[in-house]
Design a protein around this ligand. Structure first.
Ligand code: FAD
Length: 465
């Protein structure tokens, strides 16, 4: 006779109803009854909330992320597009200057796209889709306090709601509570050793302001991106994201000694003062419609849970709670979705309650984490004071190689395709060493680099003389 455990549907609890929590909940619902607990009360529309302050700043989703969104939740991208999001062709719909100060040509031959909209809109569409699934229960205004269980097995979470503490039992507990996660402390509280952690902090400050798109700028205006050069600290750069409702979400960024401030009058002058003044010049005639908001929550910080010698059954950490990246590289959402896909793939072949499943899940989720980590740290390790350990000779070699790859991609559509496969997290970094990159890198053609931003005449007309 089957025992009661083998016939009941497993239960899973997910801490955090932001991107990583919702993507993971969507996957887990195929295998378990899922409860999502969220500290905030969630808004009914595309509005900001306290628990995800980063949503005020520019977010893009690279095509590796868009592909993962679609695999997890088919039609999600169309739902965002129906509400005003755009799938921006990289590089066709972009004006982009690389960290090594090379302007990319607007090649149309690559298939890569960025999903562009306000983060509040994306989160709203995602919430509607995931929390509309009858197998998922949301408990909002509920805060996770600590783990239940012992060093061998996590059995649930101790949570707090409306002045009362209570326990939610779970066969699998997922911590997707973001950068501020307490998972390391909670595990130590169960008697597990400290988790190894690394931080590489370029000291980036973000300052963001919303503008009405200026006269003459259509809804198809290109995304404009000037990236900071790590070889010339302080690094300064910025991005104009044309988003829904004919608005421009503009984020400026600067590393230590070159930080933007929240002073409204300093916003456009800052943008006029870095590498290339294109962003400042485009903003001169745009009407600001918000204050300037800033954040310094931009360090690359990774916790190596997948390498811990002991790992309890029934517990997994996902998303920014495992690793958060310098947001200028725009990879957090892609890792959240690809991590959820990794969870799906493990659970397709292993029972959710089978011994060792949690450890397998943690290791699988670490793969996209490592890919994004290497891309970000490969650049940021070169900023003064970013890390207590200087870049290794391998990191130096790779950084030089990536510079060459960027230069080659700026001249050759074939190389650009390989570069974008990696930057968009569609393919592993080894793609940079493929024939598509090496042949143009070694044998040309040696077209001269563009001397300025590749604006079309109608786009240039938006700039005030
Ligand atoms: C300034 C900035 C810009 C960024 N730009 C980009 C970008 O362009 N592209 C990109 O892909 N990524 C970007 N990111 C990263 C992206 O925002 C995150 O990777 C993404 O939100 C996924 O994070 P998460 O779901 O793991 O955590 P979060 O989004 O931080 O969400 C954590 C959730 O957990 C809840 N929570 C926290 N503690 C508790 C608790 N104890 N109990 C219950 N609930 C709790 C919070 O309220 C929140 O809802 C950016 C990040 C920053 C900081």
């Amino acid at each position: 006779m089957p025992d009661s455990n083998s016939i009941r549907r497993p239960t899973a609890v997910v801490i955090g109803a932001s991107a990583a929590g919702l993507f993971t909940a969507a996957v887990l619902a195929r295998f378990a009854d899922v409860t999502v607990i969220e500290r905030d009360r969630l808004p009914d529309g595309p509005e900001p909330r306290r628990g995800v302050p980063q949503t005020r700043h520019a977010h893009v989703v690279w095509s590796g992320g868009v592909n993962a969104f679609e695999e997890l939740l088919p039609g999600l991208t169309d739902a965002a597009v129906a509400q005003g999001a755009r799938l921006v062709r990289i590089m066709g719909d972009m004006i982009s200057r690389a960290p090594n100060e090379v302007w990319f040509r607007r090649f149309l031959s690559t298939h890569h796209r960025n999903l562009v909209c306000s983060r509040d809109l994306l989160d709203f569409v995602l919430r509607e889709r995931v929390l509309g699934d009858g197998r998922i229960t949301l408990r909002q205004a509920t805060t996770a306090r600590c783990l239940e269980g012992d060093a061998t097995r996590v059995t649930g979470v101790r949570a707090h709601h409306a002045g009362k503490d209570f326990t939610l039992p779970a066969d699998l507990l997922v911590d997707a509570s973001g950068r501020g996660s307490h998972a390391a402390r909670w595990l130590a509280g169960l008697g597990l050793p400290d988790v190894a952690e690394r931080e590489v902090n370029a000291g980036v400050t973000y300052a963001t302001r919303l503008f009405k798109a200026p006269p003459g700028a259509g809804d198809d205006f290109p995304l404009v991106n000037v990236q900071a050069n790590p070889a010339k600290a302080p690094g300064r750069g910025g991005i104009i994201l044309p988003i829904e409702n004919h608005q421009w979400l503009v984020t400026l960024a600067g590393t230590r000694g070159g930080e933007p401030t929240a002073a409204p009058d300093a916003f456009v002058p800052f943008a006029l003062g870095f590498g290339d003044p294109i962003i400042g010049r485009l903003l001169r005639n745009a009407e600001p419609i918000s204050d300037v908001v800033t954040t310094r929550s931009t360090a690359n910080r990774r916790r190596y849970y997948e390498k811990m010698k002991r790992w309890p059954e029934g517990f997994v950490v996902m998303g920014d709670a495992v690793a958060a990246y310098n947001p200028v590289y725009g990879h957090g959402l892609t890792v959240a979705a690809q991590g959820a896909l990794a969870v799906r793939d493990v659970l397709r072949s292993t029972g959710l309650t089978a011994p060792g499943t949690a450890r397998r899940l943690q290791r699988a989720a670490a793969r996209p984490v490592a890919a994004a980590w290497n891309l970000a740290v490969g650049q940021d390790a070169f900023y003064p004071g970013a890390s207590t350990t200087p870049p290794t000779s391998m990191e130096r070699f790779l950084a030089r190689f990536v510079d060459r790859a960027v230069e080659t991609g700026a001249r050759s559509p074939r190389a650009m395709g390989a570069l974008l496969d990696v930057m968009s997290m569609e393919k592993p970094a080894t793609r940079l060493f493929s024939r598509d990159m090496l042949v143009p890198m070694l044998f040309g053609p040696r077209k001269p680099h563009l001397q300025g931003p590749p604006l079309r005449d109608d786009e240039r007309a938006v700039i005030q003389p």
